[in-house]
Design a protein around this ligand. Structure first.
Ligand code: 5AD
Ligand code: SF4
Length: 445
């Protein structure tokens, strides 16, 4: 049962993108730094932080059902509830009005101020903070703690692209790049704490720019080049990229930096130029394909991933077919696909020609069938390869381990290993979502 007064235990529940996962980890570290402890699995927490996602309606609605559930389960002593993340940013006032059980509403750029807000909420004052001070939060957060073998590092936040369907420019604010020196020192701390792989995160991660240690302006490839010098860091990834911010340097980096993994997540959203224009994507299907050709020329085995929206307002059957054609032309290793969801305040929400739900469902199913075929084909083509697998956790069966290939495939294998090991593995069998591996003969030589 929850104690009255200051919360002593907490739980952070993150929804949505990897940047929210990163923020959730940092919120946890901040609370631990202030003397709270993580509630043991299965036990009630005094403070629950819901780190929310606003990208689609379904994701945003989850927060209200979660609040209801927490209040009900808590009975006479419900937990202190803090709503963080993008729903907090976009609908802070509405949450406070709709959910009296919520004590704290804190936006994604203000969560470093949570300790103060918790104190106010403990005194019975509900607290809201949705300020967007550029980059203030990172300086105010405690240093990184123990992490797993694969860690996230947010290097860039926000978006200036204003795709007409998207809330991100409103919830996460304008594009900002964290300073080079801060990122190098955070990466060093992550590696000291056990990370062997770092994924650089940003809504438009390849828009990152900064000044390196010698005072030169550099882009993301410059940052990657420097991070690759950390001896115990073995792998570098980055996500999510925008086609417009791809530079020659970034493409070249894929051919030159061994630690940069052969994987690229480059959302395209649609294969129809008319739809892309209405989405304000500022690339065409052809310019996107040409860009991918250049990545492939630099790194022929690169695994490609993308995001898709079906049923954008006005999308015709023919335009949707163009998306299927693009999917076949690319041969994605993996992808994310969604039905269009109108978001309040975005230009697309006010456009004509909203596509009926059953039509969107049908298109999504056809798209996902095509994407699934390509994932399976990509995984099957990997069978017979021998590669390094970074062991991330134990598998479900005794003696089984789960890790990632360079191409971000999940690989299961049995044998002697430990979390954080990099093991040579023969890929022997493929499914749509994972591969079976066998420790390579010379692994223990
Ligand atoms: N409806 C559906 N999908 C969306 N995305 C962003 N906004 C919407 C929306 N309103 C998808 C895009 C983006 C991914 C993160 O979420 O594909 O790349
Ligand atoms: Fe949203 Fe477009 Fe920015 Fe991506 S690039 S975060 S889809 S506005």
């Amino acid at each position: 049962m929850r104690q009255s007064g200051s919360p002593r235990t907490f739980r952070v529940k993150s929804f949505g993108c990897q940047m929210n996962v990163y923020d959730g980890e940092r919120i946890g570290e901040l609370l631990a730094d202030k003397g709270l402890s993580a509630a043991p699995e299965g036990e009630d927490a005094d403070l629950v932080v819901l780190n929310t996602c606003h990208i689609r309606e379904k994701a945003a609605e989850k927060v209200y059902s979660d609040i209801g559930r927490l209040m009900k389960a808590g009975g006479d002593t419900p937990p202190m509830i803090a709503v963080a993340g993008c729903v907090a940013q976009a609908e802070g006032e509405e949450i406070m009005a709709r959910a009296p059980g919520v004590g704290i509403v804190v936006g994604p750029q203000a969560y470093h101020r949570l300790p103060d807000m918790i104190e106010r909420a403990t005194q019975g004052q509900r607290a809201t903070d949705t300020d967007m001070p550029a980059d203030a939060k990172f300086a105010a957060l405690p240093a990184r703690r123990k992490v797993g073998p694969s860690a996230f590092l947010t290097v860039q936040e926000g978006c200036d692209k204003f795709c007409t369907y998207c809330v991100v420019p409103y919830t996460r604010g304008a594009e900002i790049s964290r300073p080079f020196a801060d990122l190098v020192s955070e990466a060093e701390r992550l590696v000291e704490s056990g990370a062997r792989e770092i994924t650089l995160l940003g809504q438009n991660v390849n828009a990152w720019e900064g000044e390196d240690a010698r005072g030169r302006r550099v882009g993301l490839d410059g940052l990657i080049r420097d991070l690759a010098k950390l001896p115990d860091l073995q792998r570098i990834r980055y996500t999510t990229s925008h086609p417009n911010d791809v530079t020659d340097g970034l493409i070249a980096a894929h051919g030159e930096i061994e630690k940069l993994m052969p994987y690229l997540h480059l959302p395209v959203q649609s294969g129809s130029d008319r739809v892309l224009k209405a989405m304000n994507r500022s690339h065409t299907a052809e310019s996107y394909l040409k860009l991918l050709d250049r990545f492939r020329a630099a790194r022929p085995d690169i695994a490609l991933s993308g995001d898709f929206i079906v049923g954008f307002p006005g999308e015709t059957e023919e335009e949707f077919t163009q998306t299927l054609m693009l999917v076949d032309a690319v041969g994605y290793a993996q992808a994310y696909s969604f039905m269009y969801s109108p978001r309040p305040g975005t230009p697309a929400a006010a456009m004509d020609g909203h596509v009926p739900r059953d039509m969107m469902e049908d298109r999504l199913q056809r798209l996902q069938a095509a994407l699934g075929r390509h994932s399976l084909a990509f995984n099957r083509a990997s069978v017979g390869r021998t590669c390094d697998v970074l062991v991330e956790r134990k598998g479900k069966k005794p003696g089984q381990w789960l890790g990632k290939s360079p191409w971000l495939q999940s690989v299961y294998f049995e044998g002697e290993a430990a979390i954080g090991d990099m093991v040579r593995t023969d890929l022997i069998e493929a499914g749509p979502n994972s591969l079976a591996g066998r420790l390579a003969e010379f692994a223990h030589a």
